[in-house]
Design a protein around this ligand. Sequence first.
Ligand code: FAD
Ligand code: GLY
Length: 376
Amino acid sequence: MIKKFDQIIVGGGVIGCSIAYQLSKRGYRVLVLESSTTGCEASNSAAGMLGAQNEFTEEGPLFRFAQDSRRLFKELSDELISETDIDIHYVHKGILKLSFDQQQNRQLEEIEAFQKSMGNPAYILSRAEVLELEPGVTSEVASAVYMPDDGQVSAPDLSKAFFKAAQNRGAVIHENERVVNLLVTDGEIYGVSTIHDTYHADQVVIATGVFGSGLIPETASTIPVKGECLELELDTPVIQATVSSDGCYLVPKQGGKVLVGASSLPGRTDKEISAKAVSLLLEKAFLMVPELSKASINRLWTGIRPGTSDGKPYMGAVPDVSGLYISVGHYRNGILLSPITGIYMADLITGKRVDPSYYESFNAGRVNEFIGRGGG
Ligand code: FAD
Ligand code: GLY
């Protein structure tokens, strides 16, 4: 017998699980199909930074979407504990961007000016102020910009919590079940087929990160950007805030652990970890926080970020196939954007009004529109 659901979500990363949670909470019967295990790809590789300020240098819908999402985390963290008993380890201790010379210092002043013009707290700190805030930072530091409202979570715990919260609200989740085909008739979707079975639903959402080729339209395809990371451990914590400089970040985790990331290699989907990337990351980490040279290495890993050609995620209805939606391409910020993406997609799918600037900016047909305009 064919099983029928209200919605099928293809992909059990942080994005698919957040959407599944929001739809289940509203009483819909949801099926999540994950080809491996939930969170196993980019979502579990992430550093978990909520860099709504740190990752953005210009105003626009994506910047506002990120601010809106960051605001949800405190309440979400409490909600997920009460729904699932899983602690996502939400930490609100800010991000500190270091400078080591005059040129970097000027860049930090621009960041401070932009963030202040947006009404966000951001402060240039002198060397003495940096060392007072974070005594583990090198005394070679020239200055820093401190953005106290950017926080962090445990990325693997966040995916796990969304997954369990959706399940507790009645969502059915099948792991190790890859979707191979979308079932469409007369321009309308009615289900999917997997390596094992066939399932019917009124709506299908593709949330496959960077792995959705064959399921999503080519015009909305994602670009892989590989990232390598490592986890160091000391007996006692050496920093409280996230510290970053020159493309390297140090995110303090539970106990004396520090996550060090990350390389950025467009077009790469392999999971190799190069000695060069590790050596570069360690060099930058020791320069920022010298005590880390005494740490042990716990783990090394890679993840593949789902990038897009214009840097914005594709979220919305797929043109020409009624009932089919996508939510992919959250690139460097899928953890940060996951709470609001779940709500936004659930609103769209259930016919609720969404912010028109978000709709205009993220809709899945925008590349088609762009190509259409470019041809004229
Ligand atoms: P994924 O996590 O890749 O999930 C997609 C899922 O779909 C996978 O589990 C896959 O198995 C499944 N799937 C694919 N095809 C099929 C199919 N046919 N059938 C069924 N299932 C399928 N973001 C932040 O906000 N903060 C950070 O600090 C941060 N740091 C990062 C550091 C690194 C090194 C990397 C790589 C990423 C980082 N990110 C960060 C980005 C973030 O991890 C991603 O944007 C986010 O995880 C994307 O989630 P997703 O659910 O779209 O994709
Ligand atoms: N947002 C951090 C990263 O993608 O590496």
